[in-house]
Design a protein around this ligand. Structure first.
Ligand code: HEM
Length: 132
């Protein structure tokens, strides 16, 4: 059965940034940790400071255990809507394509150079052999 995942923008998630209403975003998922703030072994302050941004690096840096990661899933309320975030990967792929296309264009444009070089060396070799 298909499951419906609720999507939140970073803007929406960042509005939940207080001790009574605290959401964090880790690895593309949104977690409502309001009820866990006081129990969090790393402290409530780290969670409150992690609101309004992608806290994946901080979460990973803390070296969370497998059980912490399992517990985390019970707080998941949805996923991050990335449709409003520019896709850097796609842009860089486009740039790579752009440069390789340019290179192909240039080699098409300057095909005369290698052909002329080969032609000249053939003529020189021919003349040299004839002199002998
Ligand atoms: C739903 C989300 C989270 C859950 C369920 C969770 C749970 C836990 C648990 C169970 C621990 C104890 C150590 C372990 O078992 O790994 C812990 C420690 C810690 N957590 Fe979290 N955590 C969450 C999110 C975060 C985030 C977003 C940050 C950082 C921004 C963070 C920072 C820390 C730190 C600094 C420690 C202390 C590590 C230490 O003392 O060595 N946690 N967390």
């Amino acid at each position: 059965m298909p499951t419906l995942t609720k999507l939140y923008t970073m803007q929406e998630a960042s509005e939940h940034n207080s001790a009574g209403d605290c959401w964090v975003v880790v690895d593309g998922k949104v977690y409502d940790v309001s009820s866990y703030l006081e129990e969090h072994p790393g402290g409530d302050d780290v969670l409150l400071q992690a609101t309004g941004k992608d806290a994946t690096d901080e979460f990973e840096d803390a070296g969370h255990s497998k059980s912490a990661r399992e517990l985390m899933e019970s707080f998941c309320v949805g996923e991050l809507d990335t449709s409003d975030i520019p896709q850097l990967e796609i842009i860089s792929k486009k740039q790579t394509n752009y440069f390789s296309e340019k290179l192909v264009d240039l080699s098409k444009q300057y095909w005369v150079v290698p052909v002329a070089a080969v032609g000249i060396s053939v003529v020189v070799t021919f003349l040299y052999l004839r002199k002998k």
